[in-house]
Design a protein. Structure first.
Length: 572
């Protein structure tokens, strides 16, 4: 399966599968197969096409360009793990063949020495210290053509290993990539990565790979004493279950085909603080029945074992980094979740406290037949329940990704519904809502339910920022194929030092009366429409919020007709 994984940007974490039959478009228009919520990319930014050579990406004359591994390109053949950057979004192109990836636990067995496996150390035909993985040469006589050939190959393998491991932060992906690089470099049938607990010493399989040409195989059986030897000596080993002479009956437990033997290399993953695991690769060698007495010849070599040691060291450092990154990410996520729960609990407590006070006022009024007190308490309950309801809707809108459900509808009507909803509140505060419909603006495709919520949050924010006698002006215009809605107030304005945080969740300038979730939700909704919100403000001179999105007057694939829904029901 070939896919794109978003690792940076508003859509971080999303995955998109690439079809080998269709042309895949990337952009912020909802009709794109790869739809990205990023205001800095074009409506149709680039295309990815499957060809005989592989997947080719082509920039579609985008405003900000397409970059592959930080190099601007117009057209280029993609390689697995290439990083594609468009606007503020970065994606990884992954074309790793799934046919060679199988369940790890079912394909790797760890066994103690037994009657079948015999003495583990007697099977080691060569051991190389990890420190000798990249030897130094003190005189020019050792620099032969063979040495130069191996040096060029080694530098190539180490370079690509370092580049690949530096880009991957997920441990599972890291180990699969390591195995893929090893299989590209050395001819092996099977391979696995084993991780070692630094406290208990317990070893567990973490990744498995087998050759695409290997049709059937039983699980790898790795002798634990071999791993103990590798860890204790900090050496890579070349092992075989075949001795010189007749090896047709020599087996390495259940991990071999019954017509062959196993030749393997095992290297310790030596990190900064110790051995974090092992890399194991093997070949299943079929005996020549006509020449069973022929001395056994190994296929793996000493230079390959040294290179495996060097790759294992790179893999160990990358594993430590990925583990540290995962720990830091988890801690940050837990801290963010804790802070979010604290903020929600804080706002809910305040509103529930207000409800409790109003309830007590109503109860006392009923007990004393004081209907004026009952009326006062009841009038306070209504706005509090509305605040709780709006907070819950905003939290749902902010917490879950949502593709806009586009229908052909009137933006004038949507804004009018917002005015109708908020006008009683504004009048109660002595604030005028100045709304003049743009009668020339024809219906467009948009998600009327979510856009209504975005506008409600922004206009209510403007009302909350105003004092008695202020005016909030709302205007709708069309410019450069964009629908632009301006919400302008002559309130107290926003402190320039706080403008940068107003779109962050729970960052409010209203004190106890604000929740800090309305504006982030509004921005998220506009970005889901491939648009955004901009703000300009000055203390003492009011603020202007500008909501914009591309105009869609043709019917998108996921669009519904206006008859499919009742807007009044959705907005109540």
């Amino acid at each position: 399966m070939t896919k794109l994984l978003v690792i940076k940007g508003a859509d971080r974490g999303k995955q998109f599968e690439l079809s080998e039959d269709d042309l895949t478009s990337i952009g912020r228009d909802p009709r794109n197969a790869v739809l990205l919520v990023d205001p800095e990319i074009s409506r149709v930014h680039a295309y990815i096409k499957s060809t005989d050579k592989g997947f080719i990406i082509s920039d579609k004359d985008s405003a900000n360009g397409t970059f592959i591994n930080d190099q601007k390109v117009h057209k280029r053949l993609l390689e697995s793990r290439d990083m594609i950057r468009v606007g503020q979004t970065t994606l990884i192109f992954d074309s790793s063949p799934l046919g060679s990836l199988v369940d790890v636990q079912s394909m790797v067995n760890l066994a103690s020495a037994s009657r079948e496996t015999g003495d583990s150390e007697s099977k080691i035909i060569e051991a190389v210290n990890a420190k000798a993985a990249l030897p130094t040469y003190d005189d020019d006589s050792q620099i032969t053509d063979s040495f130069l050939d191996h040096l060029e190959e080694n530098i190539h393998v180490i370079y690509h290993t370092a580049i690949a491991t530096s880009r991957i932060t997920k441990i599972e992906e890291l180990h699969q990539k390591i195995l893929q690089l090893i299989f590209d470099w050395v001819k092996a049938d099977r391979g696995c990565v084993l991780l070692r607990d630094d406290v208990t010493g317990e070893v567990t399989p973490a990744a498995y790979r087998q050759s695409d040409f290997l049709e059937d195989t039983e699980p790898i059986e790795i002798n634990k004493k071999i791993l103990d030897f590798v860890a204790k000596k900090n050496q890579g080993v070349l092992t075989t279950d075949a001795e010189s002479g007749d090896f047709s009956n020599k087996l390495s437990g259940s991990g071999t085909r019954k017509t062959g033997c196993i030749e393997a290399m095992c290297a310790p993953m030596q990190g900064r603080m110790g051995i974090v695991g092992f890399i194991y690769v093997d070949r299943i060698i079929q005996p020549n029945t006509k020449r069973q007495k022929t001395p056994f010849t190994t296929h793996f070599s000493t230079p390959q074992l040294k290179m495996l040691l060097a790759v294992a060291h790179q893999a160990a450092l990358a594993t430590e980094n990925a583990s540290y990154y995962a720990s830091m990410t988890q801690n940050a996520q837990l801290a963010a979740v804790g802070e979010t729960f604290t903020q929600i609990a804080h706002h809910m407590r305040n509103m529930l406290q207000g409800l409790d006070d109003s309830k007590n006022r109503v109860r006392l009024g009923i007990e004393k037949n004081d209907w004026q007190k009952v009326g006062e308490g009841w009038r306070e309950i209504d706005p509090l329940t509305s605040r709780i309801y709006n907070l819950s809707l905003n939290l749902l809108s902010f917490s879950r990704p949502r593709d806009p459900q586009l229908i052909l509808d009137s933006l004038n009507d949507c804004i009018g519904d917002v005015i109708t909803k908020l006008e009683p509140l504004a009048l109660a505060k002595g604030i005028k809502l100045d709304w003049e419909p743009n009668l020339k603006f024809r219906p467009v495709f948009f998600d009327a339910e979510s856009l209504y919520r975005a506008l409600l949050n922004v206009v209510q924010n403007a009302v909350d920022a105003c004092q008695l006698g202020c005016v909030v002006k709302i205007r709708l215009v069309e410019s450069d194929e964009k629908a632009i809605i301006s919400v302008i107030d002559d309130g107290e304005g926003i402190d320039p030092r706080k403008i940068s945080i107003i779109f962050k969740p729970f960052a409010t300038t209203k004190g106890e009366s604000g929740t800090g979730i309305g504006l982030p939700v509004a921005r998220k909704i506009m970005q889901e429409h491939s648009g955004d919100i901009k703000v300009s403000s000055a203390l003492g001179h009011g603020s202007q919020f500008t909501l914009w999105m591309p105009i869609r007057r043709s019917r998108p694939k996921n669009a519904r007709t206006a008859a499919d829904t009742s807007m009044q029901k959705k907005r109540n």
